[in-house]
Design a protein around this ligand. Structure first.
Ligand code: HEM
Length: 430
């Protein structure tokens, strides 16, 4: 029986899983609901605007990517314009991601690559994330077990803070154990990882370097152990896989390539599913009629998840580097500019969705952009869906009277421009 992941009052949970604090630490807290009317106005004026979304919204300056600094910016706000950009990686490159570092290493792996290299590397890991694997391997190997244990723990009381006691714990445990680390290590490993990459004002450079070493030593140690004795985990899978770069013979991945894959999966999958599960539960708990419908017909959980992704995607902005001069929706955009793809605003484009600000799980099913589109479409989207669906199903089985705690602070959407979630989910279980 592992312990850390189930310890209710481990202070690390509160430290790591607080959407508001996450944004405050990097000087990026916004009033999520207040900016929406202004985004609607801007979108109605034009699909694309010169300038940063932040400037257009009158928010303080903040650079998400070091490579975007000092560059001209354009904000893309409609579904149609975002889709065009997402589907044209030759013009709109992902090389804006990642950190400049002396070794010229691609720190964010496939997320900062462009085709054809991107395709070659993505193919080495993708099979583990396709639907049969998500429902089979991921669900039975980790998700079902952690969900059951968390429910058992919560069942000992009458109240819970679902955001911390439930939503936060599922993804961190799932990803860490899928990679091959022990569940006991999940939280502390994530802490070290976040502090190695953090742009937080509270983390010194020495701490970043020290935490970076912890992460690298842990993952490299794991790779060495699995090379000696393979097991049923992601690292062992990546050791066996072959990389086929254009014009080169197929070869195994190096230790650093495996580590980069593992680190990206951890950063991309650890926080997103937590926040989106919280947003989905927030939507259901504050829309009682839809919540009752879901309880009566569990097939609607999948619709509630898709609608929460449309309504409030946890990661509403992604960035691209413009590789050559281009005419784009009435703008001449010079090479070297950065475009900000507003997939959050695009998901509320009234030319695609009626009454887009409302959460309505019964609305017509249309693809939304929460997982991106095209080349970089989220690798882990099936895993995320399975985590959230398994979690909500289990909550409804165990606590049919689940409701918001009327004596606690009412939850609300919060966070920074690029990372949003719910302030908390205090509930009564019985
Ligand atoms: C609800 C939860 C999630 C949301 C909203 C989300 C969103 C996204 C988005 C929008 C992208 C595209 C980025 C771009 O175009 O530049 C992306 C990429 C990615 N996501 Fe997710 N994600 C979620 C969960 C996960 C999970 C659980 C994992 C891993 C287990 C994961 C792994 C990745 C990876 C590796 C990429 C990079 C793919 C590539 O560059 O080809 N994500 N995600």
């Amino acid at each position: 029986m592992t312990t850390d992941v189930l310890v209710a009052d481990d202070p690390l949970y509160e430290q790591l899983y607080d959407v508001r604090r996450e944004a405050e630490d990097i000087g990026n807290l916004i009033d999520v609901n207040a900016v929406m009317p202004r985004l609607h106005q801007l979108r109605a004026q034009a699909p694309v605007h010169k300038g940063r979304v932040r400037e257009l919204l009158g928010l303080p300056h903040h650079d998400r990517h070091v490579r975007a600094r000092e560059r001209q910016h354009f904000a893309v706000l409609t579904y149609d314009a975002c889709e065009k950009a997402f589907r044209d990686p030759q013009t709109f490159s992902n090389s804006v991601q990642g950190n400049d570092n002396p070794a010229n290493e691609l720190t964010m792996g496939i997320l900062e690559m462009d085709p054809p290299m991107h395709r070659a590397y993505r193919r080495t890991i993708q099979p583990k994330f396709l639907m049969p694997e998500a429902l089979g391997w991921w669900r039975t190997r980790t998700i079902d077990g952690i969900v059951e244990r968390l429910i058992d723990r919560m069942a000992q009381g009458d109240r819970a803070e679902l955001n911390l006691d439930f939503c936060a714990r599922i993804p961190v445990y799932t990803i860490t154990t899928a990679i091959g680390l022990d569940g006991d290590e999940a939280l502390r490993f994530r802490h070290a990882y976040l502090n190695s990459t953090s742009s937080s004002r509270n983390v010194t450079m020495e701490e970043r370097i020290r935490n970076g070493r912890i992460v690298e030593d842990t993952v490299l140690g794991l790779i060495a152990a699995r090379r000696a004795e393979p097991q049923d985990d992601l690292i062992s899978f990546l050791i066996k896989t072959r990389l086929q770069l254009p014009g080169q013979p197929a070869r195994p991945l190096t230790d650093r390539e495996i580590m980069t894959h593992a680190k990206l999966v951890m950063v991309a999958g650890g926080g997103t599913s937590w926040r989106q599960m919280g947003i989905t539960l927030f939507a259901l708990l504050t829309h009682r009629d839809q919540f009752e419908a879901v309880k009566a017909d569990r097939a609607l959980i999948a619709d509630a998840i898709e609608e929460s992704l449309r309504w409030n995607p946890t990661a509403p902005y992604f960035y691209r580097m413009v590789m050559h001069d281009v005419e784009f929706y009435g703008h001449h955009i010079p090479a070297g500019s950065v475009i900000e793809l507003g997939l959050g605003p695009a998901n509320r484009d009234p030319s695609r969705w009626h009454d887009p600000d409302s959460f309505d799980l019964h609305r017509e099913k249309l693809t939304n952009m929460a997982f991106g589109l095209g080349t970089h479409r989220c690798l882990g989207m099936n895993v995320a869906r399975v985590e959230i669906e398994t979690g909500i199903n289990a909550l409804l089985d165990a606590f049919p009277k689940l409701r918001l705690d009327p004596d606690a602070e009412a939850p609300f959407m919060t966070g920074g421009l690029e990372q949003q979630g719910v302030s908390g989910l205090p509930v009564l279980l019985r």
